[in-house]
Design a protein around this ligand. Structure first.
Ligand code: BES
Ligand code: MN
Ligand code: MN
Length: 465
């Protein structure tokens, strides 16, 4: 391992340059204008994987779909050793509001030990640690201690439709014993974590259409249903003042928090004040009867992510807008079924929609929550690798975020899912000035090298709890 670690040190500048090259590709999956860039990012990854000696190819979605290619790669098969599949995503969130960035979002800039660019932490910087660690192993040892495969997709941020379809068709290449994913965060800077649970999501777009044109609010106000008023009223009746979602049946499947887990979460060194301070507020709110970590990780939530209606320019303009639109989502917990939640949401919204507006509800992305058993030899191996790479033992956490495809990977491949992320909460994923710490990049790289060593020692006959 010494020689491999030395290889990493000697090649760090080149790895950082390659990361910046990758970050210069604006691979925004949500916006059709970046279609060509999506392909360029996929090709870029394929070329890197081929350069380090793997077989790699793109799996392109049918021409009729608007999907983005999957990048697949495999190293030489190592008989008798476990097979690991590395999953990651090369798509990034839209960069706007662009004016809030200190540097252009696709011109990576290094400041104070961080690289700033859209996708730096989510997920380009993280996924590359595994590519470069495989390079190091192959350059130094000539071969890996276990069979490694890679699967990178370009639709994680939009719900993974192409990969889901591919999995349904069998996806024979993907067979493995364990899936390694670095797309989560440390518990605190320098305090690495293994994530054993993710929330799911049900995301919607709601449109209300009223009069066929904007109207003078003096001429019509008081007798016409204002779509903006209606939208505000509908959205605010989704949640009550105790932080409970008011949709009938919403909580029917929610798995209650066990005493054991409550105790475990309570032991994590979490400073609520510092948490709120770090985002520039002095306090927060949420469901009564739960701590901040419980609210974030193991209770459902409701958030509006976008609202659009009416006059946005300067000064006053007295109108009744003809339409109003909102994007919002529910974070889900085990054992809520996103499809069932979708039905309940639609029924409820139809019921409370006032007369005089037409409502359209579009589901945008959805996935169930993930809960992994903590007793697994894969966990022990990851623990040792993280200790070697970070110089510090990991803590066990859940995360409030979602990775849409994981529960399907878990089921379809019958493989353990190891969520070992190198990001930080303060990396600003999905926000302006996204960044990734170069120290975390380095520690992630080292950990990844150790991971292949430690995972190769797992006894396959004992792996299933
Ligand atoms: N990497 C995140 C998921 C994540 C966020 C894990 C924070 C741990 C902490 C992923 O790229 C993501 O943003 N997922 C989306 C999925 C959605 C668009 C369907 C999410 O959680 O909003
Ligand atoms: Mn991600
Ligand atoms: Mn993301």
């Amino acid at each position: 391992m010494k020689a491999i670690e030395k290889y990493i040190r000697d090649n760090l500048d080149r790895f950082e340059e390659l990361l910046c090259e990758f970050l210069r590709i604006p691979s925004v999956s949500a916006d059709g204008r970046y279609r060509g860039e999506m392909l360029r990012a996929a090709e870029w990854l394929k070329t890197r994987l081929q350069e380090i000696g793997l077989k790699s190819w793109l799996i392109t979605p049918p021409e009729t779909s608007s999907g983005h290619p999957l990048v697949y790669a495999e190293a030489e098969k190592i008989p008798g050793a476990p097979t690991v599949l590395v999953y990651g995503h090369y798509d990034v969130q839209p960069a706007d509001p662009v004016e809030k960035w200190h540097n252009p979002p696709f011109e990576p800039t290094i400041r104070d030990g961080y690289v700033y660019a859209r996708g730096a932490s989510d997920d380009k910087g993280q996924l590359l640690t595994h590519v470069f660690s495989v390079e190091a192993w192959l350059a130094v040892q000539g071969k890996l201690p276990l069979t490694v495969k890679f699967l990178f997709e370009g639709e994680e941020e939009i719900g993974s439709p192409t990969l889901a379809q591919y999995l349904r068709k069998g996806a024979s290449e993907l067979g493995c014993d364990c899936v390694v994913i670095s797309d989560t965060a440390q518990f605190a800077p320098g305090q690495p974590a293994i994530t054993y649970g993710l929330r799911g999501i049900a995301y919607f777009q709601l449109e209300l259409e009223g009069p066929n044109s904007d109207l003078h609010s003096g001429q019509y106000g008081g007798a016409v249903t204002n779509p903006a008023n209606a939208l505000a009223a509908m959205l605010s009746s989704l949640i009550d003042e105790r932080g409970r979602i008011r949709i009938p049946g919403f909580y029917e499947k929610v798995r209650p928090l066990t005493d054991e887990e409550r105790q475990m979460l309570g032991l994590l060194p979490f400073d609520e004040e510092a948490f709120y301070r770090s985002i520039g507020v002095n306090t927060g709110s949420g469901e009564t009867g739960f701590t901040v970590l419980e609210r974030l990780w193991i209770r459902p939530s409701f958030d509006i992510s976008g609202l659009a209606s009416g006059y946005q320019g300067q000064g006053a303009k007295t109108i009744i807008p003809s339409r109003a639109e909102a994007k919002f989502s529910f974070r889900l917990v085990p054992d809520q079924d996103p499809a069932r939640i979708g039905e309940l949401v639609e029924t409820y919204l139809k019921q409370i929609c006032p007369p005089g507006v037409r409502m359209t509800l579009k589901p945008l992305a959805q996935c169930p929550a993930l809960a992994l058993p903590l007793s697994s030899p894969w966990i022990g191996a990851a623990q040792r690798a993280i200790e070697a790479g970070f110089g510090c033992a990991p803590v066990f956490v859940r995360s409030g975020g979602s990775i849409p495809i994981v529960s399907q990977l878990y089921q379809a491949l019958d493989a353990y899912i190891l969520l070992v992320g190198w990001g930080q909460e303060g990396d600003n994923p999905h926000a302006p000035n996204e960044r990734f710490s170069l120290a975390d990049f380095r520690r992630g790289l080292r950990t990844s090298c150790w991971l292949w060593q430690e995972l190769s020692q797992v006894d396959l006959d004992q792996q299933r709890p």
